[in-house]
Design a binder for this molecule. Structure first.
Ligand code: FDA
Length: 327
């Protein structure tokens, strides 16, 4: 992993910058990849994407939830999004993260919270996707999913191709609607492939397996090589276009998103919104530091500069000490 990637992952976990960002409004270029800080702005973005034949999966951003009251506030916001999807009759569903709903605080509380959301969504025939986070939360998230599947059929989840256990998990969930991704978090070599080629090959293997299983597959990648291979695979295997969709993140490869929708493929854009945008934005920078040009165009204010400088100093110090320890 390069130092830039490490640095942005480190920044994404910085609590001070994270809470500061809530007060800044969208800064550092984040507005190009975050669809607004509130529900009204987000719904306008969804309508715009729908007008191009693109459906949306909406993510109310939230990080560092350590109190039940924060998880309850997140639940209320997600319930408002469900109401807004219904009221505005937009083509959209929900993506949510278990830790935002209290998984790190109390498993049963999180399950009850999720039940409330999934039940409300089912009333309006709205699908809920459980996003997958880091390895620590992987099995607990699958456990939540297993519980929800006993009662609801409007719920699906994600398989991350970098995990060694991805194949085992996709076999278990072959009859469920799944989103397939490479994986976004920093994981150890004990549990995850580190080599890009191995991850890409595993993702393709998972995609082909799930497409052949016949259940709906969301192929979530910006990688044109994988998209090309999927197009060839579905043609060769006569897999109909209503059995899968491509997904990309809001603001990424916009021309390709529009082109795929125009070619007649189902396309779904992941639409993140909310004032807790900072961690999400830093993880996107970690994946693709070329997006740094977005940051460069912004004029920083004094406070932002200072906070980032302090974090950068701490990061460099941490690396130096780590290097010394290794020797
Ligand atoms: P990757 O970043 O590996 O890029 C491959 C190649 O594609 C690059 O070398 C470049 O040529 C090209 N490329 C990529 N981005 C480009 C750009 N912006 N412009 C031009 N060329 C570009 N992760 C997770 O752990 N849990 C989850 O629940 C989700 N959910 C999720 C939903 C959706 C809709 C998406 C798109 C992604 C996720 N992810 C995720 C993130 C995912 O795991 C992964 O980290 C990122 O998508 C980055 O990997 P890619 O497959 O997009 O290509």
């Amino acid at each position: 992993m390069s130092w830039t990637k490490d640095f942005f992952i480190y920044l994404s976990q910085n609590n001070v910058l994270n809470s500061g960002a809530k007060k800044w409004g969208l800064k550092l270029g984040a507005q190009s990849v975050v669809a607004g800080t509130n529900l009204t702005e987000m719904i306008e973005s969804v309508k715009e994407l729908n007008s191009h034949g693109i459906s949306c999966t909406i993510d109310n951003l939230g990080e560092f939830v350590s109190e039940k009251s924060e998880a309850t506030a997140a639940k209320k916001e997600i319930l408002s999004v469900i109401e807004a999807i219904h009221e505005h009759q937009v083509d959209a569903h929900i993506s949510l993260k278990p830790t935002q709903l209290g998984l790190g605080i109390d498993y049963q509380f999180c399950l009850d919270t999720l039940r409330e959301i999934v039940a409300k969504a089912q009333e309006y025939n709205i699908f809920i996707n459980i996003d997958m986070e880091d390895y620590k939360n992987l099995q607990p998230s699958f456990d939540l999913f297993d519980e929800l599947l006993k009662e609801y059929d409007n719920v699906g989840t994600v398989i991350q191709a970098y995990f060694h256990n991805a194949v085992k998990n996709i076999e278990k969930y072959k009859d469920q609607r799944l989103r397939l991704v490479k994986g976004a978090y920093k994981e150890s070599e004990e549990v995850a492939y580190q080599d890009k080629k191995e991850i890409d090959n595993n993702l393709l293997k998972l995609i082909e397996y799930h497409l052949l299983s016949g259940k709906f597959t969301s192929i979530a990648t910006h990688d044109h090589r994988i998209i090309h291979q999927v197009k060839e695979f579905v043609k060769e295997n006569n897999i109909s276009k209503d059995k899968f969709e491509f997904q990309m993140l809001y603001g990424f490869r916009k021309e390709m998103q529009l082109a795929l929708a125009k070619e007649g493929y189902n396309f779904c854009t992941y639409v993140p919104y909310g004032d807790d945008w900072y961690g999400y934005f830093m993880r996107r920078l970690a994946e693709r530091p070329q997006n740094l040009t977005l940051v460069g165009k912004q004029v920083f204010n004094k406070k932002t500069n200072t906070a980032i400088a302090v974090a950068a100093g701490a990061f460099l110090l941490g690396r130096l000490t780590k290097g010394k320890k290794k020797k």
